[in-house]
Structures are given as C-alpha cells and as structure tokens.
Write a protein that binds this ligand. Structure first.
Ligand code: ADP
Ligand code: MG
Length: 566
C-alpha cells in the first residue's frame, strides 16, 4: 500500500482550498466553523462554487466524502429573501433517516441565517403534523420521494417558486424503486430551476435522468482507485457450517468493540440474531424497515448517544447513516450485492478515522463471492484465524485485569476493604479472596465450554487446508520453498510432558498441511521445545496450534526473535 491512501476529508482537497475562498457568507462561515469543518473536501471545494454560479451539478463521490455540505451550503446561500415563505429548495433522499440527517445538517448550516424554515417530510410520521409544518411556509423541504408525492397530490406542498431541486444519494433512490416518483416530481417543478444530483455510484439509469432533467451539468467526480475507504481493515472469517453464532460471540468477546454494527440480509435474520444474542447475554438493538418510525428514531438516537453499543441492521435501514465512531462493522451475512458491502463498511472509518470490518462466510460459494468482491473493490480481505477459546479468555482476562487496576487507581475502596478484612479474620488468604471475587465476575459472562475441546478450531483447520490445496493446486498439501527463510518456534511443552519430535511433526503437518520434511531441528528441553519451520508458515502454525492440546497440555507457541540465517 502506498502512502497517499491514508485518506481523510481534508487531504482529499488537493488544491488546499479553504472555506473562505468559496465566497460564502460570514453567517455560514461561522456555522461551518461551529461544526468543526476546517477545510472543504474535494466535492465541496468544486461543488459549492458551481452551485453558487447557478449551474446544474452532478456530484459523484463515495460515501463519507461530505456531499451534504456540497449542496447544502450553497442551497442555503441562494435562498432569495424576496421569496421568503415560499418553498425554494427541495431535497429528495432515499430513506427517512437520511432525510432527517440532511435536515439536521441544513439546520446547522443555517443557524445564523435568521428565519430559514426547514421542514422534513417522510412516511411513517403523521401527515397532519407535516401538513401543519408545511403551512408555516418553509424555504427548504427535505423528504422521501413517496411522501413528497403525497404532499404534492394533496397540494400541501407547493413548488411554484422552486429554485433548486436536489437528488441526494440518487443511486439508492433508484435501487429502492423510486424512479417513477422522482420523475413525476421533476416534471412538476418549474423548468427554470437548478437541478443537482449526488450519488456514490453512477448507472445508466442515473445518466438517463441527468440527460432528461439537467441542463449542461458540471460533472464533479472524486476519483479514487479504491472504492472502499482504505483506512478500514477488512478481515475475513471462514467459518465451519453451523457455528456462525458461536464465532460471532467469540469475535465480539475478543475484540470487545465499543460501538459496532452487525449487518444481516433480511429483517427476519436481524430479529433472529438479536433474539439469539440476547439469549446469550448480549444486548443488541435492531434497525429494519418493518419497525415503526418512532421506534427507529429511538434506536438511532440511543446508538448515536452511546446508550446502545451494538446495532443489528438491514442494508436498507442503515443506508448512508452518518454515525460517528463505529469501530467495527460485522457482516454476519455476506451482502447480496457488492455495492452493499461498500456501503456497509463505509459506516466505519468515517471522516478519515480508522475502522475494522469483520466478514463471516461459510462454504465454497461464499468464498468465491469474496473473490469477486475483491476484484470489484480492488482490495483484499485478510483471511484471519477464528480466535481460539484460549485467546478469547485471554483477551477477557486482560480487560478484567485492566479494569481492576483502574478501579484501584480511582480509590474510594474503604468499604470494600472492610469486607476483605472480615474475610481475612477468618484466615482466608488475600489471594483466595481476590480470586473468589473474580470468579463471581467471570460467572456473569458468557461461558465457553471451559477446558473443553475447541471443535470450531479443528474444523477451521480442515477448511483452511482444503482452501490451501485449492489455491496451490498441490494435492499433497502446502507448497513451500525448501530453501526459503526459516524461523524457530518455541512450544510450552517439553520432556516433562513426555513429548517427542514426532508429536511436533504430526501436529504441524496435521494442522496446517505443511509437509513433514519442512519441519526441522527439533530440540526438546525440560519444559519447552524449539522447532524450525519455514518463515512463511510461522504465523499460520502459531494460530492453528495455539490452544490445541499436546499430551494433555494446552499449547502456547511463539516465534523466537532471531531469524535463522543460512
Ligand atoms: P456523504 O453524503 O458524502 O456520505 P456526509 O455529507 O454525510 O457524506 O458527510 C460525512 C461526514 O463528514 C459527516 O459527519 C460530516 O459532518 C463530515 N464532514 C463533511 N464535510 C466535512 C469537512 N469539510 N470537514 C470535516 N468534516 C466534514
Ligand atoms: Mg450523503
């Protein structure tokens, strides 16, 4: 990867334009400053002047590049005071949530422009309420196509003075089947108007709309080789059939994300998964199209405010939502459409932050789909080993230890020390007391089959081996260069565990498919052993063998620092 891929909104603006260069009023400058925007993104630097000059605009850039401000700022700027009380700007958005989000940003931009009326209309909210709001003659109306149509039919929305119409996330609106509604509205608005179209992707359908309804549009395209924001780490988990739920729980416990979104392909799956997670003691809220509007709003609000840390959603419900700091996007189902993948993982890594996506797949068909996806995004997903039970427990123990240290640091322990003192009077030693408390803490967590066999790990290894064969076309196992660089691995078993060289060869060859002749220089000491393996294989050997049992002992495997020179 090259250096320039560390994208953030500011660095996208290559000519170093600042907002002050864009001829915007002091009121909006102040508002933009309040919002913490320092420099305009590329689409803003190019889009704002074009819209201000009165031209029609096509803005083509991926999610999270600041399209809202690119049309929102000049739209507010161009409101004509002489037409006060007349609807001058109409913005169409694909979903209720997006419409509300755009409305919120528009209110922010206009907060120092006294008396700019902004009303948001969408299905699911009482139409009377909206009719009343529209009676107050807002200059800006934002809404979903269906509800806008509804108000036009009822004549509660009048567009005779419309100066500007904006199609936001046009591709999504078309995907959702709003083409007829959009065209009806476009035909109904005055022909002397500005038409702006913003979209993350362009399709022949969109081009047809721009051809029929825009006049000599300025095309602003933010080109980037990668579709996916490059500051997102993308991990792939190849999961044994029937263990997806278990693996999901392991991943949640292992990564312990502060804020995550889990995507499923259907509403039914969203509900099922939330139910299952709840049964296992996790709390996750849901977001999908069958939910009542107020419930969706409540969930969004809680998620934004951090009262909920896990949100399970369908693609449509989560489209384009601008939620800050989503650390992890988990694809519980592989998306049916590659564009969906881009949108999903675009929920993390917003505005230049880093993020991680975890994609769960099962079976050859999905494995092949991921290959297609990689070709589409021109980025690789990194095949990651499923965390072993030992690793999950380790991660959890480390977090608990950290919490304890923090609690001690924060002080105010007198009352608790009293309890400890009374226990010590009974001659229970402090170590046992502390361990007892920890056991109580652990007991409330989800229990893994403690000490049991890690069957998922075993099955994963089998799958991994067959994939490896598939890739190298070598039926005999993994191909490695016998003269390539090598490293030494240290195992936590030795003579006292009665291990022999054959145990190491058997375990490594068996678990990874590495031919035995590549496993050399086995040295067995009292309580540990060294084994030399090809460097390329070291990580996979470590991940496959750690946590497995050898002679009844759970293995720990580490690289010995120094490489072996030949
Ligand atoms: P898009 O519509 O292209 O997906 P948004 O307009 O929703 O993108 O913007 C994405 C996020 O970036 C929002 O949180 C927005 O407040 C923020 N943002 C937009 N422009 C800037 C800017 N110039 N500087 C900093 N943050 C910005
Ligand atoms: Mg947008």
């Amino acid at each position: 990867m090259s250096e320039d891929k560390n994208v953030n909104l500011a660095s996208e603006n290559t000519e170093e334009t600042v907002f002050a260069d864009l001829n915007i009023s002091s009121e909006i400058m102040r508002a933009v400053d309040d919002m913490g925007f320092k420099t305009p993104s590329h689409i803003q630097a190019k889009g704002i002047p074009a819209v201000l000059s009165g031209r029609d605009v096509i803005g083509h850039s991926q999610t999270g590049t600041g399209k809202t401000a690119a049309f929102g700022i000049p739209a507010i700027e161009k409101i004509d005071p002489e037409l006060k009380g007349k609807t001058q700007v109409l913005i169409m958005c694909p979903t209720r949530e997006l419409a509300q989000q755009v409305a919120a940003q528009m209110r922010n931009f206009s907060k120092y422009k006294q008396g700019t009326g902004i009303v948001c209309v969408y299905g699911g909210q009482s139409i009377e309420l909206q009719i009343n709001a529209l009676k107050r003659s807002p200059e800006v109306v934002i809404g979903t196509p269906g509800r806008i149509m509804d108000h036009l039919r009822r004549r509660t929305l009048k567009l005779a003075n419309l100066q500007m119409i904006i199609l936001d996330e046009a591709d999504e609106m078309l995907n959702m089947g709003f083409r007829d509604d959009i065209e009806t509205v476009l035909k109904e608005v005055p022909s002397e108007r500005q038409t702006l179209l913003f979209s993350a992707t362009m399709s022949p359908e969109i081009m047809a709309i721009t051809k029929n309804y825009q006049k000599d549009p300025v095309i602003i395209k933010v080109v980037r080789k990668e579709l996916v924001l490059p500051n997102i780490k993308q991990f792939l988990y190849d999961i044994p059939r029937g263990t997806k739920m278990e693996v999901l729980c392991r991943l949640i416990d292992y990564y312990n994300p502060k804020r995550s979104m889990i995507f499923c392909n259907t509403k039914k799956m969203v509900e099922e998964l939330s139910e299952k997670l709840r049964n296992r003691g996790y709390f996750a809220e849901t977001l999908h199209g069958d939910m009542k509007q107020f419930a969706r709003n409540a969930v969004m609000e809680s998620f934004k405010k951090g009262r909920i840390d896990m949100l399970i959603a369908t693609d449509v419900a989560a489209r384009g939502l601008d939620i800050d700091h989503v650390e992890y996007v988990i694809n519980y189902d592989l998306p049916q459409d590659m564009e969906f993948y881009v949108h999903r993982i675009g929920r993390t890594g917003r505005a230049g932050r880093s993020g991680t996506s975890l994609t769960l797949i099962t079976g050859n068909k999905e494995f092949a789909q991921v290959r297609d996806l990689e070709r589409f995004t021109k980025q690789k997903l990194e095949l990651a080993p499923i965390p072993t039970l030992a690793e999950v427990e380790g991660a959890r123990a480390a977090r608990i230890a950290l919490d304890i240290e923090q609690t001690i640091e924060n002080g105010l322990l007198e009352k608790h020390k009293g309890i400890v003192a009374s226990l010590m009077e009974k001659e229970i030693n402090p170590e046992d007391i502390a361990a007892g408390v920890l056991k109580m803490l652990f007991a409330s967590d989800v229990e893994y089959i403690a000490g049991g066999e890690d069957s998922i790990k075993k099955e994963e290894v089998r799958i991994w081996r067959s994939r490896q064969k598939h890739k190298s076309g070598d039926k005999g196992g993994v191909f490695v260069n016998p003269r390539g660089p090598r490293v030494r691995l240290m195992f936590n078993v030795g003579k006292k565990d009665r291990v022999a060289a054959g145990n190491f060869v058997g375990a490594i060859a068996g678990e990874t498919g590495l031919p035995g002749k590549n496993i050399r220089s086995i040295e067995i000491f009292e309580s540990y052993s060294f084994v030399e393996v090809p460097k390329d294989m070291a990580d996979i050997i470590i991940s496959k063998l750690t946590g497995l049992k050898m002679k009844g002992k759970r293995l720990k495997v580490e690289k010995v620092k120094m490489d072996i020179k030949k």
